[in-house]
Design a protein around this ligand. Sequence first.
Ligand code: NAP
Length: 339
Amino acid sequence: MELGLVELLRAAWIAGTLPILIASLPCSWLGSFHGLVLGFARRGKIMQSSSHHKFTVPQRFFSHFYVVAVAWTTLLLLGTSIYAYRMTAIVSEPFFYADLGSYLAGRSNIFSFHRPQLMSLENGHRVWLSVFLLLLMELQVLRRLFETVYVFNYSTSARMHICGYLTGLFFYTAVPLTLCCTFAPEALKFGTNEVFQFIVKGTSSMQDIEFHWQDFINPFLKLGWCQWIGAVIFLWGWIHQHLCHAILGSLREHVGKEDEYVIPRGDWFEIVSSPHYLAEIVIYSGMVFASGGADLTIWLLFGFVVSNLVFAAAETHRWYLQKFDNYPSNRVAIIPFLC
Ligand SMILES: NC(=O)c1ccc[n+]([C@@H]2O[C@H](COP(=O)([O-])OP(=O)(O)OC[C@H]3O[C@@H](n4cnc5c(N)ncnc54)[C@H](OP(=O)(O)O)[C@@H]3O)[C@@H](O)[C@H]2O)c1
C-alpha cells in the first residue's frame, strides 16, 4: 500500500495524541509514564518547579515556531491560491484551457489529464476551501509572531524541553499542510512546473495568463454558512486569545522582577486558569467548523490540540493552586464550569 501525505499526517497526529491520552488516564501504575510525558511538555513556570534543566532551550524560542509557521503557511497559501485560481478559472476560459492543456500535456509529463478531469466543480469548491482555511491560519500565525516579539515578556529563566521545541516546529509545519493536504502535492507540482516554465521561457510563459480579481473573489462569496460560522468562531477565539496574551504580557509591568509570577485577572482569566489555551481550542474548533467537519485529518489535528492543551492546562492549574493561597476558588483549569 502506498503511503500518501494524508495517511502520513493522520499517523503523525495519532502518534502525538495517544501518549498524552494514555498519560492522562487516572491509573496509578501509569504514574511514571505521566511523569515522562509531562517532562517533555513542561515549559516556563511549570518547568521552574522541576529540578533539572537538561535538554532544554529558552522559552522565548517559541518565536521560532511562528517564523517557520508564517513562512510555510504563506508559501502554501500562495501555491494553493495560484493553483486554485488557474485550475478553476480554466473552466470559464476556453482559450487559456487550450493553451494550458497543450502546455501541460505536450511539454510536460507532470499533468497529462484532459479538460473534464482538470478540476470538477466539487474539487474546485474543495480547493478554494483549503485556501480559505490557510487564510485563517495565516491570520493566526501572524498575530502569534507579533505577540512573541512585542507582547510577551519571556523571563530569561523560562525554559522548555527540547522535545517540546521539536514538537512545536513539527506542529507548525504539519498544521498548514493538514489544511490543504488533499491538494498540496498537486499544487506543489503545479508550482514547480510554473517556476520551471518561467526559468526556461522567461516572462513569455506568463503572457497568456490574465488575472481577474473577480475570479479570485467569487469562490469566497460562494462559500457556505458553515465556513462563515466557522470563521466567526475562529475570530471570537482569536480576539480573546489576543486579549489574554496582552494581560499575560502586562503582568510584570508593576512587579519589578522580570521572572515574578502573579495571579492574572480580567477577560476569560476570571473563569479559567489558562484562557489562552481555551481560546486556542476555540480557534481550532472554528477551523474544524469552517472545513465542513468531513475531513478526518483536520479532526485528528483538532484532537491533538485539545489533548495537548488540556494536559498542559491541568498542570498549570495545579501550579497556581500550590503557588498562591489566595487563588480564586471559582476558577477551573480550562473548560468553563467543568474542569
Ligand atoms: N496549539 C498547540 O498545541 C499549542 C501548544 C502550546 C502553546 N500554544 C499556544 O501558545 C501560546 C503561549 O503558550 P505558553 O504555554 O508559552 O504560555 P505561558 O506559559 O502561559 O506563557 C506565556 C507568557 O506569559 C508569561 N506568564 C504566564 N503566566 C504568568 C503569570 N502568572 N505571571 C506572569 N507572567 C506569566 C510567561 O512568562 P515566562 O516567560 O516566565 O514563562 C510567558 O512570557 C498560548 O496561547 C497557547 O495556546 C499552542
